[in-house]
Design a protein around this ligand. Structure first.
Ligand SMILES: *[C@@H]1O[C@H](CO)[C@@H](O)[C@H](O)[C@H]1NC(C)=O
Ligand SMILES: *[C@@H]1O[C@H](CO)[C@@H](O)[C@H](O)[C@H]1NC(C)=O
Ligand SMILES: *[C@@H]1O[C@H](CO)[C@@H](O)[C@H](O)[C@H]1NC(C)=O
Ligand SMILES: *[C@@H]1O[C@H](CO)[C@@H](O)[C@H](O)[C@H]1NC(C)=O
Length: 348
């Protein structure tokens, strides 16, 4: 319907549109557009402006979504500065996204020979889950002059060693990262306490089923926040119980002694929909009790994987490095991963 003066008055039941309200709403609309451009478009606020950046530490905070406290720099780093440009990345998303941000930085550094650094906020998140990360936090070289010639956001445009590469938040470079799939698995070594806890889960399942050997299949069921996201970005619904049950039946046919260990942000739904009288299915996550790092360690300890969508499940399956069945979600990096790794099948 055209908003002519006549039906405007009918719609609003008044004779004359109030000029002030009109001006105010135009002003608000502009504010919202500016907000969207500054806060929702990833790159705008993370590209450092060359003039303001004298030292590498000057822009670490701008790469983080949380506030940084002053850094402690180990003595051995006090005298080290990168010879050329560096590779780094902006923080975005949760554990799975930040693993991609880390891994992409790692792979770009390996391809270009530039030194990699990750902002301390990402380092902190990953350091709670993994041991001995090889990429140091950016704060270790915060005292070093930022002597780059230019900063670019993708290795595609990289041509000189004095150029730095700043990958955007949510960076996912599966082609480059999975060139060295085994090596990236070695980068992500779980903390001892997480390994012990996940082994306990596996042993418990084996005892409950009274078996001496078992093939373990880790399942990631992502629901809560993905319902809206999937609809908004892909016009898709959540994977239903049917997908998981078909995938489980595939493994039941293939192996006689199998146990399914489910990690999920919605354990209640899994209890109700995926057990279906089978004794070989265990819901491992307990809402608010098990940590994402703990759940990921369980997935990684399994022999094979069933995943729906999201970077968390993809990493669980990459680390498990077995056969993987994944939900068919078009235009998602998980599909690209499935093309790059052997033994990954898309179902539905
Ligand atoms: C960066 O490298 C290019 C090519 O080697 C060179 O032309 C340019 O002068 C260098 N810039 C700086 C600031 O060192
Ligand atoms: C467990 O399995 C063993 C050997 O298969 C059997 O002898 C034993 O009775 C089983 N125990 C239970 C509790 O089912
Ligand atoms: C399956 O995973 C378990 C636990 O990580 C491991 O002990 C076992 O060797 C694996 N089995 C195969 C066939 O790889
Ligand atoms: C996945 O979905 C796409 C688009 O709907 C379709 O073209 C493709 O055949 C599907 N792949 C599989 C393996 O079902």
């Amino acid at each position: 319907m055209l908003l002519t003066k006549g039906n405007y008055e009918v719609l609003h039941g008044m004779k004359r549109p109030n000029q002030n309200i009109l001006v105010l709403s135009i002003f608000l609309a502009i504010c919202i557009m500016v907000f969207i451009h500054i806060f929702l478009f990833p790159l705008y606020d993370t590209m450092p402006k060359k003039k303001e950046i004298k030292f590498l530490g000057d822009f670490e905070q701008s790469l983080c979504t949380t506030n940084l406290k002053p850094a402690k720099v180990p003595l051995s780093w006090k005298h080290h500065c990168p010879k050329d440009g560096i590779v780094t990345v902006a923080q975005g998303g949760r554990l799975g996204n930040q693993m991609w941000e880390y891994a992409s930085t790692w792979a770009v550094a390996r391809r270009t020979g530039l030194e990699p650094y990750i902002p301390r906020c990402i380092y902190k998140v990953l350091d709670e889950v993994f041991d001995d990360l090889s990429i140091p936090p950016l704060s270790y070289v915060s005292h070093c002059p930022a002597k780059w010639d230019s900063v670019i956001k993708s290795p595609e445009f990289w041509s000189y060693t004095n150029q730095s590469i700043l990958l955007p938040r949510f960076a996912v470079l599966p082609d480059l990262v999975l060139t060295w799939a085994d090596d990236i698995r070695h980068e992500f070594r779980f903390k001892r306490r997480l390994i012990e806890a996940s082994q306990k889960v596996l042993v418990t399942a084996r005892q409950l089923l009274n078996r001496t050997t078992l093939v373990y299949v880790g399942i990631h069921v992502r629901r809560t926040d993905y319902r809206d996201y999937l609809w908004r970005t892909h016009r898709m619904f959540l994977a239903d119980a049917h997908f998981f049950i078909e995938a489980m039946n595939y493994f039941r046919k293939k192996f006689s002694n199998v146990a399914f260990l489910i990690v999920s942000d919605d354990p209640g739904w899994c209890q109700q929909n995926l057990l279906k009288g089978h004794s070989d299915v265990f819901v491992v996550s307990k809402g608010g009790v098990t940590s994402p790092g703990q759940d990921l360690a369980v997935m990684a300890a399994c022999n094979h994987s069933i995943i729906d969508y999201g970077t968390f499940g993809v990493w669980g399956a990459i680390l498990a490095s077995g056969e993987t069945i994944l939900y068919n979600i078009t235009r998602h990096s998980s599909i690209r991963v499935s093309e790059l790794l052997p033994n990954w099948h898309v179902m539905y």
